[in-house]
Design a protein around this ligand. Structure first.
Ligand SMILES: [Zn+2]
Length: 241
């Protein structure tokens, strides 16, 4: 009789333990589920904010001008860019600098990037490495005298660079993605058309601040692309992004 009662007590205790364990496990799994769903929500929010950030970034392009500075046209261009709050890159020819130091100073003051286009508009593919180094160094030194620092970027005239030059100079050679052929057409509508048909994010536009038509076209291109939400940055900002 006593034995039977003991067995009943043990059975009751066993049942109670089972019920308690069941309750404990349920509570734990509820907690895990709650944490998991919270994580999923915050991951979704993170993904969403990253996407939103990407969508918010405006397309960026770089306007580049070779062959200057020109006493009249470069001055008009610099004033127009200043009015519009636009930064560009000027690959200057060293022999055009004397007498135009004020223009180099204005480029520097307005946050434009001053690059190197050799001293005599030299075809780098046709000269020795020593001659090329002299061409680049002379222009860099002239810029340094005015601004306090030399040139870190070079646009080789005619787009002709030599790979052997990479080990001779520390300057970075910069080409382009849109050639406006502004020097050839000297036609404002044609120059604007070439850019507007091809433009997309991260393009580098090649122009020359040595012609009246190029400057007029450049400022109209700025107005139109700014309306479309484009941002103008220097070549350095575009490359280092
Ligand atoms: Zn050139």
């Amino acid at each position: 009789m006593k034995k039977k009662r003991n067995r009943q007590i043990i059975y009751c205790i066993f049942l109670a333990v089972l019920i308690l364990m069941g309750l404990f496990l349920k509570k734990k799994s509820d907690r895990i589920q709650a944490v998991n769903s919270q994580n999923a929500v915050s991951e979704q929010a993170e993904e969403k904010s990253e996407l939103e950030q990407e969508e918010e970034l405006p397309p960026r392009v770089a306007l580049t001008f070779d062959d200057g500075p020109h006493r009249i046209y470069t001055k008009n261009l610099l004033d127009g860019l200043r009015e519009r709050g636009v930064k560009a890159t000027f690959f200057v020819v060293g022999e055009n600098i004397p007498g135009n130091e004020d223009l180099i100073r204005q480029m520097e003051a307005d946050g434009h990037l001053i690059g190197n286009h050799t001293y005599n508009h030299a075809d780098i593919s046709k000269l020795s490495d020593e001659e090329n180094c002299r061409e680049l160094q002379k222009t860099s030194d002239l810029v340094k005298e005015i601004t306090g620092h030399g040139t870190a970027y070079v646009r080789p005239p005619f787009g002709n660079w030599k790979d052997t030059m990479d080990c001779r100079v520390t300057m970075i050679s910069v080409k382009w993605t849109i050639d406006t052929l502004d020097w050839k057409s000297k036609n404002v509508t044609e120059i604007i058309g070439k850019v507007m048909q091809q433009i997309s994010d991260h393009d580098i536009i090649l122009m020359h601040d040595y012609y009246e038509t190029s400057v007029e076209a450049a400022l109209q291109i700025v107005d139109r692309l700014q309306q479309e939400g484009y941002e103008f940055v220097t070549v350095e900002d575009l490359i280092l992004e």
